[in-house]
Design a binder for this molecule. Structure first.
Ligand code: OGA
Ligand code: FE2
Length: 528
């Protein structure tokens, strides 16, 4: 249906997928029971008939004279064998399994599609890249980073889930189909290793085989210039599949190439990661996702301080907020314990049914994008009494008017596998942006509340300011997006790092320029 959205963009849908699989397990259990009964019946018939042959028919001919022996023998040959051999029971059992499966697939709006699988595979590769994860350890279910030749654990899962040769084949194939041989080589290498280790054991659930993995791996190596390796993999493949003409032709071509252009012994080309649009800031972005940048040294700067803050609001006098000034240019502060556990949970619950794949401004329109992978919902004040209370609290803290149309509705975001938001500005950078539709100017400030913790990853990184904020559950991050003259502040370029492990939820309140004139001029923005 049209409301279907992509599963991998939100962890919530992973939970729904778990309940889908539970239904399939029940179906399979029934199927196994019926098939076992069927096989038991066949074995009983087999035992009965073969016993007759060893005990009665091979005995003295006197027993053959028994009319009952003759009758039952003829009856079996005339009727029983036919019934057994042409029984429909196996098909009926399979049919019941299939129609049960199809029912689940049709009824469940969250049944994953090919697109979801590909998205999840891309999510894994994104995590591999951004956190410099070693593929070999990932395949063993561990999260380790290569650092100057050493492997360091960056997260230790309670249960490690190793990947199979077929799992790796799938990830490698997704990369291969995008002509991304940097990733396809690494994942298919693991796939071939695991398939070889399984000794060519066939599993009915697998999509690929050792031959398929060798085929894709050989071609990936050829595309990246490693012809001699492509040749030896193809020769191995031909051993398993001697009649494969395409492979024999490739082998001829590789041999010819090696004669015409013999590889230099020193020529070892390091494979490069495929380019992305954000290449310019990619290194800084990834470093900030892996570390906090300059953030841990903030205590050395007396102008970056912590205090109990009331903003002279009567409503905060008895319960000041813990304020942590993180950066002066751009001006970024973190308000600790802004929201309570139960409020955060309620907002997640209210948002759940409204979650849709997040979009970004694309010219005058909005569109989904690889650089923003999450699901989001917009909550009006009427959606739950908590929303209005949060609006009031934001106003008390910032002095800003957050009533529509001076601010947007609350946007609740849930990130999925490898979910992220690559470096971007929250404010509009072109006059035709859909953000101007409210007719209240640009997004002057961002108030972002962390509604959850995460187990690893998911920091908010400020690229030019060289720091990142790890997810602090129940805290809120505030910054000005515009200079006081209304121009966009380029230093606010920021990103949501990919979530490595966990279920990250944030809520954004975007406050617009109009209706804020007094606060805008008089509130701190020390560098201006
Ligand atoms: C955003 C954003 C950062 C984060 O939603 O615009 O920048 O850490 N999010 O989720
Ligand atoms: Fe943002």
């Amino acid at each position: 249906s049209l409301t279907l959205s992509v599963m991998f963009t939100s962890l919530l849908n992973v939970r729904q997928a778990i309940s889908i699989e539970r239904q399939l397990i029940d179906l399979l259990e029934t199927y196994i029971e019926h098939e076992s009964e069927r096989l038991e019946d066949i074995k009983r018939f087999y035992a009965k008939v073969s016993d007759l042959h060893s005990e009665v028919y091979s005995g003295p001919s006197a027993s053959m004279a028994n009319p009952l022996v003759a009758f039952t023998l003829i009856k079996r040959l005339q009727s029983e064998w036919v019934n057994l051999v042409y029984s429909n029971e196996a098909q009926e059992n399979t049919q019941a399994l299939r129609s049960g499966y199809e029912e689940v697939e049709e009824e469940e709006g969250y049944f994953p599609k090919l697109e979801d699988l590909q998205g999840a595979a891309k999510g894994l590769m994104r995590l591999q890249d951004v956190y410099s994860l070693q593929v070999g350890s990932l395949v063993r279910g561990q999260f380790k980073r290569i650092n100057n030749g050493n492997l360091i654990d960056i997260y230790s899962p309670i249960i490690s889930i190793p990947l199979s040769g077929d799992d790796c084949f799938l990830v490698g194939k997704v990369a291969y189909e995008q002509e991304d041989y940097y990733h396809s080589v690494q994942w298919l290498e693991e796939s071939v290793r695991l398939f070889r280790g399984a000794g060519g054991e066939w599993s009915p659930e697998n999509e690929g085989t050792l031959e398929d993995a060798l085929d894709h791996l050989a071609f990936s190596h050829f595309k990246t210039g490693n012809v001699s390796y492509a040749l030896s993999l193809s020769q191995e493949l031909l051993n398993y599949d001697p009649m494969n003409r395409r492979v024999s032709k490739n082998i001829e071509m590789y041999e010819r190439l090696l004669v015409e252009y013999p590889p230099l012994p020193s020529a070892h080309t390091e494979l490069k990661r495929p380019k992305t649009t954000y290449l310019r800031t990619r290194n800084t972005y990834e470093r900030l996702c892996q570390t906090q940048g300059t953030q841990p040294r903030h205590y050395e700067n007396p102008r970056l301080f912590c205090d109990y803050f009331t903003n002279d609001s009567p409503g905060l006098l008895l319960q000041p907020i813990r304020r942590e000034v993180l950066s002066l240019q751009p001006y970024v502060v973190l308000y600790h314990r802004f929201i309570s556990d139960s409020e955060a949970k309620s907002i997640q619950d209210v948002a759940q049914t409204g979650l849709r794949r997040s979009v970004v401004a694309s010219g005058e329109k909005q569109a989904t994008a690889e650089y923003r992978i999450s699901k989001s919902a917009w909550l009006k004040e009427t959606a739950h009494p908590i929303i209005g209370r949060l609006d009031q609290r934001i106003t008390m803290l910032t002095g800003l008017n957050v009533q529509p149309p001076y601010a947007e509705y609350l946007q609740v975001v849930n990130y999925g596998i490898g979910g992220h938001y690559e470096p971007h500005f929250d404010h509009a950078t072109s006059a035709s942006s859909p953000l101007f539709r409210l007719n209240t100017g640009n997004r002057v400030a961002t108030f972002m509340i962390y509604l959850s913790s995460v187990d690893a990853g998911g920091s908010t990184a400020f690229i030019h300011a060289n720091f990142s904020v790890p997810v602090v559950e129940n805290a809120a991050l505030f910054w000005w997006n515009l200079h006081k003259n209304g121009q966009g502040d380029g230093d606010t370029l920021h990103a949501g790092c990919p979530v490595l492990v966990g279920d990250k939820w944030v809520a954004n309140k975007w406050i617009h320029e109009y209706g804020q004139e007094f606060q805008r001029r008089c509130s701190p923005n020390p560098e201006e």
